[in-house]
Design a protein around this ligand. Structure first.
Ligand code: PLP
Length: 386
């Protein structure tokens, strides 16, 4: 098998900024001071100090009060995605609203739970409200209103786009009109490097049915497997009723809580600065190599670029050629809610070294030119199809 030289597939933050020394010190302290607690079951909400730290993270970012008793620590935010989906389902076949392109882990969970996914078209502002309204109207007429709206409104995976505040308010108004909860997945929260931050849905609407999911994977490290749910009663109870694992990993939560005692934002500042450089390098490479053929997103946060490639590219050939030359990306179809083969690819740049980005993009560009089946000029001016 060819060596993977340019892994633009995996969505991870910069390993060069992993705070080994500080986490080591935190681990030693926690083992000294919390051995009694570690020798016990943590309860279904999890380590109090970590919940307090995350409540502080949320309330500082969103300027609203967040109660640590409404935070449930989970095994990554993927467990949060699955638990909420289980809690909100009445019967297999229930509908859920999802962005047309979304996170493959969520798609896989919803598929295996047998949700009927209803995809909403996207543009540069995220989920399109005209399409959401149309679909909710249709589903209501058919007596199949969705159990919830799943939205990655900030640094959307895979597109990287952020839903503006006005559109968030429109989404909230539609959710209210049909009495549907919004499950907001803010997995990339604080992986932010340009401009202002849009408010979270829970900070814009005090409807207790909305649920908020977040993670430490992208801002700190995925191997910690730490995520959380912010849910208020009665939703909180419904979610906890689905939890049968005796709580999350107390030791990891205790170590990370100790690490954050030095301040929630210190690490984010360091790591986001290097992510911004990598985003810029990736965009510069694409501009130099593929400006005539492709269009891509310019995210202000998150870890991904979403690239529209020409229709005349043989997509299977492109994927195979790239892999043969050590370049990996994720296919557009992995993100489509029905697995449709679409002319897109996703580039993850967070964990790569600058040199890999500089050398890798020309490899992708060469493969793309070789995988074309015509010499036609680019036929599209927008990243999204109507
Ligand atoms: C939108 C979104 N949600 C959830 C997850 C799950 O992440 P984790 O379980 O590592 O927190 C991911 C991971 O890529 C993601 O992109």
């Amino acid at each position: 098998m060819t060596e993977l030289l340019y892994d633009f597939g995996s969505g991870r933050s910069d390993p060069g900024n992993f705070p080994t020394k500080a986490l080591k010190a935190a681990a030693l302290k926690v083992l000294d001071e919390q051995s009694d607690e570690i020798n016990n079951y943590p309860g279904s909400l999890g380590h109090l100090g970590m919940r307090q730290a995350m409540a502080q993270r949320e309330s500082t970012r969103e300027s609203v009060t967040v109660d640590p008793e409404h935070i449930v620590l989970t095994n990554g935010s993927m467990q949060a995605v699955t638990l909420t989906a289980e809690a909100l389902m009445d019967y297999p076949g229930d509908s859920v609203i999802i962005e047309e392109f979304s996170y493959p882990g969520t798609l896989s969970a919803y598929r295996s739970l047998k949700y009927n996914m209803v995809g909403i078209k996207l543009d540069e502002g995220g989920m399109r409200m005209d399409h959401l309204e149309e679909q909710l109207h249709r589903l209501n007429n058919e007596g199949k209103l969705p159990k919830f709206i799943y939205a990655i409104s900030t640094y959307q995976n895979p597109t990287g786009f952020v839903m503006p505040k006005a559109r968030r308010l429109d989404m909230i108004a539609l959710a209210r009109r049909y009495d549907i909860p919004i499950v907001e997945d803010n997995c990339y929260a604080d992986v932010h490097y340009d401009g202002h931050v849009e408010p979270a849905v829970y900070a814009l609407d005090d409807n207790p049915n909305h649920i908020y999911l977040c993670s430490l994977s992208k801002i700190l490290a995925p191997g910690l497997r730490l995520g959380y749910i912010l849910a208020r009663p009665p939703m909180l109870k419904r979610i906890l009723e689905r939890r049968h694992d005796a709580g999350g990993n107390y030791l990891t939560a205790a170590i990370v809580a100790e690490f954050y005692k030095e301040g929630i934002w210190n690490h984010a500042k360091v790591t986001n600065a290097s992510l911004k450089e990598k985003r810029d390098l990736t965009i510069r490479g694409l501009k130099e190599q593929l400006d005539d053929l492709c269009i891509w997103s310019k995210p202000v946060g998150g870890l991904f670029l979403w690239v529209r490639i020409p229709d005349d590219v043989n997509r299977q050939k492109l994927y195979e050629l790239s892999l043969q030359r050590g370049f990996k990306y994720l296919l557009g179809s992995s993100f489509h809610y029905r697995g449709k083969d679409v002319p897109y690819l996703r580039l993850a740049f967070g964990h790569l070294k600058a040199k890999q980005i500089e050398e890798g993009i020309p490899v992708l560009a060469q493969c793309l030119r070789e995988a074309r089946t015509s010499n036609q000029a680019r036929q599209f001016e927008s990243l999204f199809m109507s």
